[in-house]
Design a protein. Structure first.
Ligand SMILES: [Zn+2]
Ligand SMILES: [Zn+2]
Length: 438
């Protein structure tokens, strides 16, 4: 739009200066409900997210989609997550959405939830709030591996298969995704790579080109250890390792999301009432979609037009040629730092699978008394990732910063830190395959 045309922009829409900015839709792409092991009715989960200011919520129940109605009681709920007490709290807070109830032959009260279309009809409001359908896939690998993928914008459920190892499970989940979503506009995301204890091999993210999204932060399924084992990699290092390896072979970039992986909704009632809570509303994505529809959310995510956050909000992320610029609109703490991470073209990307140790030994090293029982006796390797992958190229204090790629940079991405909150932009990527060919 030329300057002349800008004069005709209605002040209602904020004028040219605001138009330049993107409209960000805030969403949670990972939430469980009573359909699997979450503690809320689907409509309840949606209303709670809506009422703390989210624009969209995606349901991602374990190997299930919301394609059915069900009458749940404390006895018949498969995972024993339903409680009358919680149901009454919901009904009292949202009387207009009170689920139907009936008395079962054994005298217990059953509460109904409906299929996705019913939830969508009850809560969707054009441009204001949207529920999306998704599914969290998992196979039966061994109870000692927790390997999960979220399929975003699907109405089809994965069927669990017995798989011999980690790689086989990811290959199986992806082929299931390809088969099930052939007629859908869906995305495949690797969930919680650190859960329970470094279960997702870094090579899944660096070497499997079809993996385009992963959770850099999953509020529920973080490792149970507050600090990292000596020499172990963190989420930023994992991402940079994957980005550098992908850039060097001309593969597509990997994008990062943040999710709540919501199960327990009790505290969200506090958030709705304006009180601070430590659960829910923790990690999210903000998507610069053209409009609030599933297909535009997916399209923007495919373009990398979104960021992950645990509280920092961005007014704008722009890439112009080789320049990546960030403008922060909401910082949690007093000061705000913008760090640009990248990897140099001549980086050494040596990878070592690490030494195999008992998880209990890692736990002892970290002062954790009782590792999760299922993992007792389990051995795990924590790969050593190269120090050259992911270095800070520039650090700026303040709410605005930009970085221009230098000839020896493979990519650049920004991480914004303010108090305890962070945000991550997607990488600015250049096609480096040719330049790097020997
Ligand atoms: Zn999971
Ligand atoms: Zn989950």
């Amino acid at each position: 739009m030329g300057l002349g045309a800008a004069a005709f922009v209605s002040p209602l829409f904020g004028g040219a200066a605001c138009q330049r900015r993107k409209k960000w839709y805030k969403g949670n792409l990972h939430a469980h409900t009573l359909v699997s092991d979450g503690r809320a009715f689907p409509v309840e989960a949606a209303l709670l997210y809506r009422d703390i200011g989210y624009d969209f919520l995606m349901f991602s129940d374990h190997n299930l989609v919301h394609d059915h109605e069900n009458w749940v009681t404390e006895k018949n709920h498969k995972r024993r997550r339903f409680s009358q007490r919680n149901a009454r709290i919901f009904a009292a807070r949202y009387p207009a959405f009170k689920p139907q109830t009936r008395i079962e032959p054994d005298g217990t009260m059953a509460w109904r939830y409906g299929p996705f279309e019913e939830t969508a009809k009850a809560v969707n409001s054009p441009g204001r709030f949207l529920v999306m359908s998704g599914c969290e896939y998992n196979d039966a690998v061994s109870s000692r591996y927790c390997l999960h993928c979220n399929v975003i914008n699907t109405f089809k459920a994965h069927t669990k298969k017995r798989c011999p190892d980690v790689m086989a499970s990811f290959r199986n989940m992806y082929s299931s995704f390809e088969r099930l979503t052939a007629d859908e506009d869906a995305l495949f995301m690797v969930n919680h790579p650190f859960y329970w204890f470094y279960d997702v091999d870094p090579l899944i993210l660096s070497d499997f080109d079809y993996v385009r999204f992963f959770e850099i932060v999953n509020h529920d399924a973080s490792p149970p250890f507050k600090k990292l084992p000596a020499g172990a990699y963190d989420a930023d290092k994992l991402w940079d390792f994957a980005l550098a390896k992908r850039a060097l072979r001309g593969a597509p970039p990997l994008f990062a999301t943040g999710t709540d992986d919501m199960h327990y909704y009790g505290n969200m009632y506090k958030e709705v009432a304006g009180e601070r809570s430590t659960y829910g509303n923790h990690a999210f994505v903000a998507v610069a979609a053209k409009e609030l529809t599933p297909s535009e959310i997916v399209a923007a995510m495919r373009r990398g037009d979104f960021y992950a956050s645990t509280g920092v909000e961005l007014a704008d992320v722009r890439s112009e040629g080789k320049k990546l610029s960030v403008e922060v609109s909401k910082a949690e703490g007093g000061d705000c730092r913008i760090l640009f991470y990248g990897t140099k073209r001549n980086a050494r990307l040596d990878y070592s699978p690490g030494e195999e140790r008992l998880i209990a030994d890692f736990a002892a090293e970290l002062g954790v008394e009782r590792p999760i029982p299922a993992y007792v006796g389990t051995k795990r390797r924590v790969a050593k990732l190269p120090k050259d992958a992911g270095i800070v190229l520039q650090e700026t204090k303040g709410l605005n910063a930009s970085y221009t790629l230098k000839d020896d940079d493979l990519y650049v991405r920004a991480k914004i830190i303010s108090g305890n909150a962070e945000a991550w932009t997607q990488p600015l990527w250049t096609n480096v395959r040719k330049a790097n060919a020997k």
